[in-house]
Design a protein around this ligand. Structure first.
Ligand code: GYE
Length: 332
């Protein structure tokens, strides 16, 4: 009797165990990717915060226009913050983007250092950072990718051109970009790398012109007061400073491009005009039209696709000889 009564109980237990086993198996056989896959985002789903440096140069206004136009064309929602060349403003903007839970943050860091904590905050919130144009001095794990030029190579190219213009001999003054910014650091470095091959070329002064026309003019006027006709050439880290300096040289009574050879960087439209007018001897291109590529990268990053850690631009050098012909095709 006991055995007769006991049998159905055992069967029930076994059935229950079998059921538990089957449920466990069915859960395990679900591919892990199926459980976590989210539908891919499109441009129209993207909300992007962009912390811009400011509006210090024509290069920058060209860069801002490219970003805004690309967002508009692609249908990306862009929240744009102008940092007015202050790191504090840029950090505040990034914190606001984090609070707004944007999908991606783009930033062009005004200076290289001091970004660790705010980038870490973005990472903790799961928001990827993309460096656009300028680099930040942080661990690679704190940003998804960097889209921007090879500033060291630009400095090297400026030096190669300058050495030819001076026939390997002369005194150069330098107007550097914003102290502590990636392009100022690299353009300074690249220029010297090449110039060390020319023992009869001397860099007699190097002054911060903050990438602006006004500061470029002021700084060049001071340099002329100090060194006068000892100056054979000017190397400016951007065209805007060179254009400011051209005014100072004219006011001093010398001929820019002739008495003082000038090489600068960016290749903005006004630099082409200065070359046509015979006041600038060469400009090394730096491409600000980064908008479309930036959003392409943003979308990839958000969708978990792999992107390279650095995407440099390909750039050339322009001379007075064909400046008139090229100017109409320049977009910035
Ligand atoms: O050369 C200058 C601008 O970061 C490459 O910033 C950029 C530089 C550019 O103000 O004109």
């Amino acid at each position: 009797m006991r055995t007769q009564q006991g049998t159905p109980k055992i069967w029930k237990m076994l059935l229950l165990l079998l059921l538990i086993f089957l449920v466990a198996c069915s859960q395990q056989s679900t591919p892990p990717s199926m459980a976590t896959t989210r539908p891919k985002k499109t441009y129209r789903d993207l909300v992007v915060g962009f912390a811009q440096v400011g509006a210090e140069s024509e290069w920058r206004t060209g860069n801002t226009a490219s970003i805004k136009e690309a967002a508009e064309e692609l249908g990306v929602e862009l929240i744009f913050a102008d940092g007015q060349q202050s790191q504090e403003n840029q950090i505040k903007a990034i914190r606001t983007f984090i609070a707004q839970q944007v999908d991606v943050i783009g930033v062009s860091p005004v200076v290289e250092n001091g970004w660790d904590s705010v980038f870490q905050e973005a990472r903790d919130a799961g928001i990827p950072i993309i460096l656009v144009d300028r680099r930040a001095n942080v661990d690679e794990s704190l940003y998804a990718t960097h889209l921007g030029s090879d500033f060291v190579e630009e400095g090297r190219n400026a030096a190669r051109v300058m050495a030819k213009l001076l026939n390997g001999k002369g005194n150069i003054v330098e107007l550097t970009g914003t102290t502590g910014s990636a392009p100022a650091i690299d353009r300074y470095k690249g220029f010297r790398e090449i110039m060390q091959e020319y023992p009869e070329i001397h860099i007699i002064a190097s002054v911060d012109g903050d990438f602006t026309r006004a500061r470029g003019k002021e700084a060049m006027a001071d340099l002329l007061k100090q060194y006068g006709s000892q100056i054979n050439a000017l190397y400016a880290h951007n065209d805007d400073m060179a254009i400011g300096a051209i005014k100072a040289i004219e006011e001093y009574g010398l001929q820019p491009g002739v008495d003082i050879k000038i090489v600068s960087i960016d290749a903005i439209r006004d630099a082409f005009q200065a070359m046509i007018d015979g006041k600038l001897n060469a400009t090394v291109e730096c491409n600000p039209l980064l908008g479309p590529k930036f959003f392409e990268l943003a979308l990839k990053v958000v969708n978990g696709e792999a992107v390279p850690k650095w995407i440099p631009s390909s750039e050339s050098i322009f001379y007075p000889e064909n400046a008139r012909e090229i100017l109409p095709s320049r977009k910035y």
